[in-house]
Design a protein around this ligand. Structure first.
Ligand code: HEC
Ligand code: HEC
Ligand code: HEC
Ligand code: HEC
Ligand code: HEC
Length: 187
């Protein structure tokens, strides 16, 4: 069978087109960009641009907010963003959020007989902000409500040990993370 020159030309153009298209099609473009920026929507270049701007604005806001509050996390104020994020330009985390904090805070559960449930499972973010806070120790809340987020007030108040505590914060008596004594009691 003989291929006419016209057909031959068409096939050539088609092959070249496929090569170019697969080298820089929107899908691989998406994969490259979504590696750097979170939530990049598929195959829409205009939205991709807007999204990267949104990340920069969020990062900027986070930095400004940290300057307004009195307590900043050291790796955040040192701008070591990549210690927790995939890069300094991405809000995607390095690893699962519940593995993140143990990279540096191994001392919290070391040699402890009793470890608090949310600490053991790395749910630090249930009590702490990762960047900065108006509260000391980067706490989400500074009163008993921090603990009542998970423990029922009705159940806690039944225990005679809690009869007189009134507004005393729970961590006056309990270590919030872990301890060598049952119930992480300090005394
Ligand atoms: C100690 C770890 C840590 C460091 C250091 C850190 N981050 Fe984060 N960042 C987090 C965690 C955890 C989240 C929350 C992610 C989630 O909720 O899914 C987050 C979320 C974000 C977000 C999403 C919006 C928001 O505020 O929740 C932005 C933007 C961000 N970080 C920017 C930064 C920048 C910029 C830096 C460096 C100046 C930085 N981060 C340093 C842990 C960190
Ligand atoms: C890259 C290392 C690193 C990672 C990862 C890290 N931290 Fe820290 N963190 C530090 C350093 C350094 C300090 C300051 C220690 C000091 O001043 O003695 C600190 C201090 C803290 C403090 C005490 C702040 C204060 O005001 O006393 C808290 C709370 C804290 N980190 C929570 C977290 C949580 C929650 C995570 C996970 C989201 C986390 N850290 C991940 C390095 C890290
Ligand atoms: C149930 C709430 C809760 C959880 C979960 C929690 N923390 Fe804390 N954390 C606290 C409280 C409350 C304090 C303040 C203790 C004080 O001031 O006596 C604190 C203090 C700290 C401090 C300051 C130094 C110290 O030991 O007092 C660091 C660092 C810290 N937390 C890191 C972490 C990390 C990392 C995780 C996760 C592995 C975590 N926390 C999980 C409640 C919690
Ligand atoms: C994110 C949820 C969460 C928060 C917030 C939380 N706890 Fe817990 N706590 C648990 C879980 C889960 C257990 C393990 C289940 C159990 O034994 O009841 C636990 C167990 C305990 C125990 C041991 C109970 C036992 O029977 O052995 C004490 C004491 C305790 N928590 C105190 C606190 C204090 C104090 C705070 C506030 C600083 C607090 N918890 C905040 C989830 C939480
Ligand atoms: C004055 C010190 C003190 C304060 C403040 C305190 N506790 Fe306790 N807590 C104790 C003692 C002591 C025990 C052990 C009681 C026992 O052996 O039954 C205990 C036991 C517990 C237990 C395990 C037994 C149970 O009742 O489930 C939990 C959970 C607990 N406390 C949570 C809290 C929370 C949440 C707060 C804050 C609202 C708090 N505690 C405040 C002293 C205190």
């Amino acid at each position: 069978m003989r291929i006419s020159p016209k057909k031959y030309e068409f096939v050539c153009v088609l092959i070249v087109w496929i090569m170019v298209a697969s080298a820089c099609d929107t899908v691989s473009n998406y994969e490259t960009l979504s590696f750097f920026f979170d939530g990049v929507p598929k195959q829409d270049s205009t939205i991709i641009k807007l999204d990267s701007i949104k990340f920069n604005q969020n990062a900027q806001k986070a930095l400004i907010a940290s300057q307004l509050v009195s307590h900043s996390h050291k790796p955040f104020s040192n701008r070591e963003c990549a210690k927790c994020h995939q890069s300094s330009f991405s809000n995607k985390l390095n690893k699962e959020i519940n593995d993140l904090c143990f990279d540096c805070h191994t001392e919290l559960v070391k040699d402890s007989l009793f470890v608090h449930g949310p600490v053991a499972s790395g749910y630090c973010f249930k009590c702490h902000e990762p960047h900065s806070s108006t509260n000391k120790r980067l706490l989400l809340k500074v009163d008993q409500n921090l603990c009542y987020e998970c423990h029922l007030k009705t159940e806690i108040s039944i225990n005679v040990a809690h009869k007189e505590i009134q507004d005393t914060v729970c961590w006056v008596c309990h270590n919030p993370h872990s301890y060598s004594k049952q119930y992480f009691l300090k005394n």
